[in-house]
Design a protein around this ligand. Structure first.
Ligand SMILES: Cc1ncc(C[n+]2csc(CCOP(=O)(O)OP(=O)(O)O)c2C)c(N)n1
Ligand SMILES: [Mg+2]
Length: 340
């Protein structure tokens, strides 16, 4: 049973302060936007309005939001098929995001990429990949370019626990450490790789320990603890930006839903499913914000209403946008345009 208990130490540099109320509200706004957008997409897919695979990000919202809040818009992000949280947290506009999910011309990739291949350079999202582990070498390339160009950008690449068993992870971390690249390797450990439990496919207990093999900073953090996650992310970003090289972050959370929408999760014991649902970090964050006086019930409701409205508008826009026409088929495929 791996239910990823949430009680992990959250080491962070002592010179990094606690997040201000503004930062917490900013993170919370991103978190609920991701949650509501995921729900809306499930509605659209269930009702046949969008034909696309959906890899739910329930449980990943705080990790992406607490990371992105400390990034600049020009910082690079390489994410994966389970990327909705990163896309929204990093600032891909909702209309372009949902239009891409719907395969429409108004989408971030003119409807030709779909949810597994969202690219939106203006918000720094360079790559979304469906090939496990493949974002890591690409992130190194981006970070290397930043070193050469001295543009001060940081690259973040996110991937899952299963991806750390892929060769590209090990080659990528080695090179990033050797070249002191300004990159943050953000591993979301949600306890499962597709239908396989973490313990059944990973030889170490802690992914963060793998950093030591490459003389890199490695830290495990509770990715459902907004303050801990923010501190660890901020520290890794400032290390990268100031020339201190890469960090491997292992952010612990639960995958509240199945691998992909429609997954009946028959491979997870029923009692574990119940336990995981109770640890859904979003309602817990809402309670925590209220209990600690970071926001009133009225403020939270107003933020929730705003997020809902924005998502509804974006979905309406996406569903009414035209599909790409046949002459788009060969455009944007090669650097030099060809006609077929
Ligand atoms: C190279 C490669 N091998 C296998 C797959 C099939 N696959 C898709 S997702 C996945 C599980 C990855 O798990 P993890 O890295 O923990 O990420 P999570 O889905 O939990 O976010 C696998 C094996 C793939 N897409 N690419
Ligand atoms: Mg996983």
């Amino acid at each position: 049973v791996n239910t990823n208990p949430t009680t992990f130490s959250a080491p962070g540099s002592s010179d990094i302060q606690l997040p201000t109320r503004e930062v917490l509200l900013d993170i919370f706004r991103r978190v609920i936007t991701i949650r509501f957008c995921g729900d809306k997409l499930q509605w659209a897919i269930r009702n046949g309005r969008i034909l696309a695979p959906l890899y739910p990000v329930r449980g990943h919202e705080i990790i992406s939001s607490a990371m992105a809040v400390s990034l600049n818009r020009t910082d690079y992000m390489c994410t994966i098929y389970r990327g909705l949280a990163d896309h929204i947290a990093k600032g891909v506009p909702l209309k372009e995001l949902l239009a891409e999910y719907a395969g429409r011309m108004a989408g971030a990739c003119k409807g030709k990429g779909g949810p597994m291949h969202i690219t939106h350079p203006a918000s720094g999202v360079v790559v979304t990949t469906g090939v496990v582990g493949s974002g890591i070498p690409i992130a190194n390339g981006l970070a290397w370019a930043s070193l050469v160009k001295k543009d001060g950008r940081v690259t973040v690449t996110t991937f899952g626990d299963g991806a750390t068993n892929i060769g590209a992870f090990h080659e990528g971390l080695n090179l990033a450490s050797l070249w002191t690249l300004p990159v943050v390797f953000l591993c979301t450990n949600n306890g499962y790789a597709e239908h396989t439990r973490f313990e059944a496919c990973t030889a170490v207990d802690r992914i963060a320990d793998r950093a030591a093999a490459y003389r890199m900073h490695g830290v495990r953090v509770d990715g459902t603890d907004v303050v801990a996650m923010w501190r660890v992310a901020k520290e890794a970003i400032s290390r990268a930006r100031s020339g201190g090289g890469p960090t491997l972050i292992e952010a612990m959370t639960v995958r509240v839903e199945g691998h992909v929408m429609g997954d009946a999760c028959e491979y997870i014991p029923k009692e574990d499913i119940e336990l995981i649902k109770r640890r859904d970090p979003v309602p817990l964050l809402r309670d925590w914000m209220l209990a600690n006086g970071h926001a009133s019930e009225a403020e939270i409701q107003s933020m929730e209403a705003d997020a809902t409205q924005q998502i509804n508008e974006a979905m309406e826009f996406a569903l009414n946008a035209p599909y790409p026409t046949a002459d788009e088929l060969a455009r944007d495929v090669l650097a030099k345009e060809v006609t077929i």
